[in-house]
Design a protein around this ligand. Structure first.
Ligand code: ADP
Length: 448
């Protein structure tokens, strides 16, 4: 329990509250005590002044301390102890009657403070006053008030602490319970239940955390779905060439066909297709994981295009396809990985050659557009149906599966091209009209 967040929060709040209330109590009670002490001193001063002036008045009237006893008795209210000592040092009156009248008075350490009585430079004697300030009629109500303030402070403080502790406990439980919900969902997610989502309303940090969790769970679920699809797609794609090879080999074993040059060529083609598939899959998985190492350099895109079209000349000539290049002189240099962009162009040219009929044309163009150079490959080939266009960059997507098989396509070329262009920060798009032709274009960042 001591590790639970709500417990730690409660303890932290409790300490803060205790310190706050304790500090207030300490300073207020301290202040009251100081003020009370000051008031007692003032009051004692006033009392002794009052006693002395009454004694002076009496002496002034009588010319001696004769009959001073009732005066002293009247002044000794509220437990005030008064001892009057004459000029010769003998006791004249002791309000408590402890000392004998006429005996010599001797100061001792515990004697009350003695005050000289002097009238017109004549020394009349000394008066010793000790009073209990608490019993003084002026002081007592204030003492009562200060005690009651102290008691209220203590009581109020304790009550405030108790209420604050309960509130802290309730609030911290409320604040931390969504975290518990999230932790539970995260544990379930970790165990493989990717459908986990948390329903937390509001706009605070915890709600933001819940949203982040939900979107992470959704991404994981999506990625898992993609992985499953990928495995299914790969299995499906590998099955055809593998069963073809198996079929050939079984037929040779059963002597249905002869292992002649044509059979071996067919077997070789199927094996080549398998090998290409595996290579492209590896390439794609690296690109999708963002692990392709791109070596960026300032390059001349016109030079790259000219180099990329060269290997296609024999096929173009065989299909009587005419190739034109639109490469203006003022093309900005681009910041690219030569090999990867060459690969993109290779894939686009391969498709253009494959899907353009005899006697058609292919045009490769490049143009600078603000921070980008746009490269396009256009053909007058068979085109792509509008409903297939949105899927054309998806893995293994082919418009016509049987035809693609004939052309040796794996259905991965455009997917890889898209990933490579995106790795450069660019975009790839397609425009196509069925029966008229297609135009693939991609952007590359210009070198700064
Ligand atoms: P493939 O290896 O099969 O060519 P791609 O990913 O390169 O795979 O292309 C996917 C599909 O897009 C192709 O099977 C084809 O149907 C269509 N396609 C691509 N380029 C063209 C084009 N220039 N003209 C017509 N169809 C095309």
């Amino acid at each position: 329990m001591t590790h639970r967040l709500w417990f730690r929060l409660s303890i932290a709040f409790a300490v803060i509250i205790l310190v706050a209330v304790g500090t207030i109590y300490f300073f207020v009670s301290q202040r009251i005590a100081i003020e009370m002490e000051y008031y007692k001193t003032i009051s004692a001063q006033y009392r002794s002044d009052q006693i002395r002036s009454k004694l002076y008045l009496h002496y002034y009237d009588k010319g001696s301390w004769e009959d001073v006893q009732p005066v002293v008795a009247a002044l000794s209210v509220s437990g005030t102890h008064i001892i009057l000592v004459g000029a010769n040092g003998t006791v004249i009156v002791d309000s408590k009657g402890e000392l004998l009248v006429g005996t010599n008075y001797t100061d001792s350490s515990d004697s009350p403070l003695g005050l000289n009585l002097t009238l017109h430079k004549e020394f009349l004697g000394k008066v010793y006053i000790s009073s209990d300030p608490a019993a003084e009629p002026y002081v007592a109500p204030f003492l009562r008030l200060s005690t009651s303030i102290n008691r209220s402070l203590l009581l109020g403080g304790s009550l405030a602490i108790a209420i604050a502790l309960i509130l802290t406990f309730v609030l911290s439980r409320r604040m931390t319970s969504p975290i518990g919900v999230l932790a539970k969902a995260a544990r379930r997610l970790g165990r493989g239940d990717l459908s986990q989502r948390v329903q937390l309303q509001g706009e605070g940090e915890v709600a933001a955390l819940a949203q982040a969790f939900n979107s992470m769970a959704a991404d994981l679920e999506h990625a898992e779905q993609l992985r499953r699809n990928m495995v299914a797609d790969v299995a499906h794609e590998l099955r055809t060439p593998l069963s073809n090879i198996q079929g050939y080999l079984e037929a040779i074993r059963d002597r249905v066909i002869k292992p002649d040059a044509a059979t071996i060529r067919s077997l070789n083609e199927e094996a080549a297709l398998l090998s290409r598939l595996v290579n492209e899959l590896q390439e794609l998985s690296l690109a999708e994981a963002g692990e392709l190492k791109l070596v960026y350099q300032e390059e001349d895109i016109a030079k790259l295009v000219k180099q990329a079209v060269t290997p296609w000349q024999p096929q173009l000539a065989a299909k009587e396809i005419s190739l034109s290049l639109d490469l203006p002189d003022n093309l900005s240099p681009v910041n690219i990985d030569w090999q990867r962009v060459n690969q993109v162009l290779h894939n686009l040219l391969e498709n253009a050659v494959a899907y353009t009929h005899k006697g058609g044309t292919i045009n490769v163009a490049a143009i600078t557009q603000s921070d980008w150079v746009e490269v396009s490959v256009s053909d007058t080939g068979e085109g792509i149906p509008a409903e297939d266009l949105p899927h054309i960059f998806e893995r293994f997507y082919r418009v016509d599966k049987s035809r693609a098989r004939v052309t040796g396509g794996s259905g991965l070329g455009l997917t890889i091209a898209k990933r490579l262009v995106e790795a450069h920060g660019g975009t790839i798009t397609v425009q196509s009209k069925l029966g008229k032709g297609s135009r693939f274009s991609f952007t590359l960042p210009i070198a700064k």
